[in-house]
Design a protein around this ligand. Structure first.
Ligand code: HPA
Ligand code: ZN
Length: 319
């Protein structure tokens, strides 16, 4: 599906395809515990968010140099562009790299090598969103924000990801306040595996402008009403929801009901190398499994620009 669209929920580390993982492993002298790309793909059978995250963090071992991060981002941008993505707001997980001895500067400057020229090379404008790992401590998040200060000209906003249940948004109140004072935009994963109350907390305590996933809002009619009234965008990831068992099968995904309720829904790929498809593949999948017509797909594409952090003028140019 090549309808022009913005991608707003995309973890750059989740775009690491097995072929690139093996190429980077060879370049860096890293041994992966898989014989080949086929055996690695075989490992992509997840029971839930945590079993996915275990593999996601394990494979990051191959990302070591600026060139690695640049190659990773270039490969994503080429695939995204081919599927109609004109603007991408890209998450990265600095703590997962810093913990392995890869400094913030290597990650950000490496990604920027690709992002900084992406409009010319791929026709895709980009922004970077730095995520904190919610299963790490609030102090670690604050140290990460401190480490990012020399690079804030490259970073649009902050997010919150990794294992959700047991790590409510309130844990990160102080770091979100500090980020807001630095002029950073704020988003957070909430309501993927965690309860609807986490969505409310993300809005009220962290001051997020957009909710990543937000799927479980459907369990709370009062919350749905609020999200509609306040026009809070939700960045849904349908293929991810199937792979991580947030829904049993795509045909049962609540996307049509969410759109009917008046929610500002967008469709995104999350971790496309792991979940079976990029942004356009997610559009194709919901069209086929949920019978969404042309008008609904156009609405989703329009929503993606409205929900983006593009300024008004840039928004028009990208379309
Ligand atoms: N949810 C939470 N954390 C993540 C995800 C996700 O879908 N992808 C990468 N980190
Ligand atoms: Zn995500």
């Amino acid at each position: 599906m090549s309808l022009p669209k913005a991608e707003l929920h995309l973890h750059i580390e989740g775009t690491l395809e097995p072929e690139l993982a093996f190429a980077l492993a060879a370049r860096n002298g890293v041994t992966l515990p898989y014989a080949d790309t086929e055996e690695l793909r075989e490992a992509y059978r997840f029971d839930d968010l945590q079993t996915f995250l275990n593999l996601y963090y394990e494979l990051m071992a191959v990302l070591r140099t600026e060139a690695d991060f640049a190659d990773l981002a270039d490969a994503y941008l080429a695939r995204a562009a081919a599927q109609g993505v004109r603007h991408a707001e890209i998450f990265f997980d600095p703590q997962a790299h810093i913990a392995r001895g890869v400094p913030m500067g290597t990650v950000v400057e490496g990604l920027w090598r690709a992002l900084g020229r992406s409009e010319e090379t791929h026709g895709v404008s980009t922004q970077l969103i730095m995520c904190f790992l919610r299963d790490e401590s609030a102090e670690s998040a604050m140290e990460t924000l401190e480490a990012a200060k020399p690079h804030l000209d490259r970073i649009t906003g902050i997010g919150l990801d990794s294992a959700e249940v047991g790590h409510p948004p309130v844990k990160f109140r102080a770091v979100y306040e500090a980020a807001a004072e630095l002029g950073l935009r704020r988003v957070a994963h909430a309501g993927e595996e965690g309860p609807p109350a986490y969505i409310t907390e993300a809005l009220d305590i962290l001051g997020v402008e957009r909710v990543d996933h937000g799927l479980r809002c459907m369990e709370d009619p009062g919350l749905v009403e609020r999200l509609v009234r306040e026009r809070v965008p939700l960045t849904l990831c349908p293929l991810s929801n199937v792979r991580l068992r947030a829904v049993d099968v795509l045909a049962e995904h609540p996307l049509p009901a969410m759109m009917d309720a008046g929610l500002l829904c967008t469709v995104n790929s999350d971790d496309p190398a792991y979940f079976g498809g990029y942004a356009g593949d997610n559009f194709d999948a919901v069209r086929e499994a949920l019978g969404l017509g042309e008008e609904r797909l156009r609405e989703l594409a329009r929503n993606s620009f409205e929900a983006s952090f593009l300024e008004h003028d840039e928004e028009r140019r990208a379309r």
